[in-house]
Write a protein that binds this ligand. Structure first.
Ligand code: FO1
Length: 346
């Protein structure tokens, strides 16, 4: 099922610039995060990547718990995602959605038939008392994925968007209202009572590199950082933490990040994103189009091509990010024959 290994530029071979047995953790939301996760999976040996995924977008719908970001990462790492939308599955049909509409049921959120099978299976396992971590691992094994996919929390955390039209649950803001209301603030209901599951904690403490994917910082990565103890843990672990900017040339790579930044009064530049994670980051990656901004970022910066249009560009960015992070790994874990000094332009 996984078709990434054949198409990669340097398919899963050991890279002499990186330590042996490199463990990488990626923090990801939806489509942008899943793209870089797919690139990282393509350039790393099997099993070397763990992706900790936002679950703040999860919601109850048709009596089921829907986990859009977990599923987006799952489908992208399995190579079965819809290539146009980035979310949902390729070769999807919508017979159930159509029938639901005819019954007067909710059809504003486009759940496909194949996708629905995943939600039904997850619901069955949730009823049996399995944790979201265990369910996600069962799903990724069913899809033949060799990377680990980890929810940020086993307990529900729900993103609530405070807008000029009132408070909107995330998917009602994002899909139902197409991100049109003006955002005033965002909160993560349940975050204070949540905790990082053991598997996610173990992945972070064993990581050599932690990558903040180019996901929406306010809607996708902040929920992960809001899990109780997460920010403190990130500050404590020794692995270098490197973020990839989701803003290029004043525009969001995908979704409403730029619109939200304007609404919340922030300059729409990668510098704002770097400052947002200032307390935890060791390095920042920004696009060539924003090269002039690199000097305004208060940490080592890599300027490179960050647009990911196909597997090759995802893998190329992943490799550049890891090359940038590798010299920042504590000395004991450096490769025996160093070939690389700290990068500034890749
Ligand atoms: N996004 C949309 O814009 N419209 C949809 O109808 C929609 C359905 C959907 C179904 C399953 C799934 O896993 C994701 C889906 N998404 C849809 C994407 C999702 O709302 C967002 O991408 C994320 O929550 C933001 O990261």
């Amino acid at each position: 099922m996984n078709n990434y290994f054949a198409a990669t530029p340097s398919p899963n071979k050991r890279n002499p610039r990186w330590p042996d047995d490199l463990h990488v953790v990626a923090l990801a939301g939806g489509v942008g995060g899943a793209k870089l996760a797919a690139g990282l999976q393509a350039v790393l040996p099997p099993g070397a990547l763990s992706v900790i995924v936002n679950t703040g977008d999860d919601f109850e719908h048709w009596g089921l718990t829907i986990c859009p970001d977990l599923d987006t990462v799952l489908y992208n790492l399995a190579g079965v995602n819809n290539p146009e939308t980035g979310w949902g599955r390729a070769d999807e049909s919508f017979a159930v959605l159509h029938a639901m509409g005819l019954l007067g049921g909710e059809d504003w959120f486009r759940l496909g038939d194949r996708d629905l099978a995943v939600h039904l299976r997850r619901a069955e396992w949730l009823r049996q008392g399995l944790s979201m971590t265990e369910i996600t691992d069962r799903l990724r094994r069913s899809f033949g994925i060799r990377s680990t996919i980890l929810p940020m929390s086993d307990a529900p955390v729900r993103t609530l968007v405070h807008t000029d039209e009132g408070d909107l649950p995330f998917q009602h803001y994002f899909v139902g209202r197409r991100c049109e209301p003006c955002v005033i603030d965002i909160s993560f209901v349940g975050a204070a009572e949540s905790e990082l599951p053991d598997a996610a904690y173990a992945a972070l403490t064993a990581a050599d590199v932690i990558v903040f994917c180019p996901s929406n910082p306010y809607l996708s990565l902040d929920p992960i950082l809001s899990v109780d103890g997460m920010r403190a843990l990130l500050r404590k672990v020794r692995a270098p933490k490197v973020a990839v900017a989701p803003i290029v040339g004043g525009k969001a790579l995908k979704g409403p990040a730029a619109k939200m930044m304007r609404e919340m009064g922030y300059p729409v530049t990668p510098v704002t994103i770097a400052a947002h994670y200032d307390d935890v980051l060791d390095g920042f990656v920004l696009d060539r189009e924003d090269a002039a901004a690199a000097g305004h970022v208060r940490m080592p910066a890599l300027v490179t091509d960050t647009i990911m249009s196909d597997l090759e560009s995802k893998a190329r960015l992943a490799e550049a990010v890891l090359d940038f992070a590798a010299p920042l790994i504590p000395r004991l874990r450096q490769p025996t024959t160093p070939t690389h000094a700290r990068a500034t332009v890749g």
